[in-house]
Design a protein around this ligand. Structure first.
Ligand code: NAD
Length: 287
């Protein structure tokens, strides 16, 4: 079955929208600020998609556009301003950043209570320990898919291809919490097929079109294709050779209309969580 995620996503977005309608009877709307450094066309596209999604459900979103040659010091000062601004609930620094800026330093500068991407070490650590935190959007969106279709992960062999901090590593903790057996593979893994062939659940987050071919996939697998690749004709495709793989899968997420939609939905969800947390603190301070 091809798992188009629009309906799952719409359900979540509609319930966030309803919550916002209730909250804004008494309070200001949630506010997400996206910091965009430079003019990378893919980044601009992603930022615009996030902005549109916010507007549709009543989240206020602002974009701070900074020159690509901005110094790290100046960028950190911009983030500190947002950290101190009580009218800002959520901060997202669009990645990748220009090479002269240390991404980790920037991520760590974001107040963990406004870290909507969940990339701050505080949130990463809490997530791994199963404690309350903001979980990164793509992994969180992927886990929602299993819930939505009622797929039980207990005892399943999960193989993740890729070892990124933003997708693959957070997934390890989330799958373990569901009692799955998790294997991580990456660019130095020998004989990738030997691992992927055993996967009941195969998550691919690499960025190489058609890396996963039909003979690498087990019959009846649940395949989650995270990759986004732009083809020569300008169309998007994932990391899985979709046309030759989908028939043997119990479920497979397409690209586009799959994981990417869930990522944006979870950004809205995380913004709402931070907003509610911010309001609670505000009310506590008033008392
Ligand atoms: P990344 O780009 O940081 O790293 C790629 C990973 O792939 C590395 O860990 C590397 O070890 C592994 N790799 C490279 N070649 C390999 C090979 N031949 N075999 C096995 N592993 C190999 O990872 P990322 O940031 O998770 O991004 C991966 C892809 O997912 C990209 O296409 C990105 O655009 C996409 N992505 C999509 C979403 C979404 O919402 N759909 C979100 C994040 C990332």
């Amino acid at each position: 079955m091809i798992l188009y995620t629009k309906d799952i996503s719409d359900n979540i977005r509609n319930s966030i929208k309803d919550e916002i309608i209730q909250y804004t009877k008494n309070f200001r709307a949630p506010h997400l600020v996206v910091v965009l450094v430079g003019t990378d066309s893919a980044s601009i596209k992603y930022v615009n998609a996030k902005k549109r999604a916010c507007e549709e459900i009543g989240i206020v979103s602002s974009v701070i556009e900074l020159e690509s040659d901005i110094s790290e010091k100046h960028l950190l000062a911009e983030i500190e301003k947002l950290n101190c601004d009580e009218g800002v609930d959520a901060i997202l620094v669009q990645l990748p950043l220009p090479k002269h800026i240390n991404t980790n330093t920037v991520i760590m500068a974001i107040n963990q209570k406004k870290d909507v991407d969940g990339f701050h070490p505080h949130n990463v650590g809490h997530s791994l320990l199963g404690l309350d935190c903001i979980t990164p959007c793509t992994p969180k969106g992927i886990m929602r898919l299993f819930d939505a279709v009622g797929y039980d992960l207990e005892g399943k062999n999960v193989v993740i291809v890729g070892r990124s901090n933003i997708v693959s590593k957070p997934l390890i903790g989330l799958f373990l919490e569901k009692n799955a057996t998790v294997t991580i593979t990456h660019s130095k893994t020998r004989d990738l097929k030997q691992h992927t062939k055993k996967a009941d659940v195969l998550v691919v987050a690499v960025g190489k079109a058609k890396l996963i071919t039909s003979e690498m996939v087990k019959e009846g697998a649940f395949v989650v294709d995270v990759g986004i690749n732009v083809m020569e004709n300008g169309k998007l495709c994932g990391d899985v050779d979709f046309d030759n793989v989908y028939e043997k899968c119990a479920f497979i997420t397409p690209v586009p209309k799959g994981v990417g939609v869930m990522t944006i939905t979870m950004l809205l969800y995380n913004t709402m969580l931070l907003y509610k947390n911010n309001l609670e603190n505000f009310n506590r301070n008033k008392i």
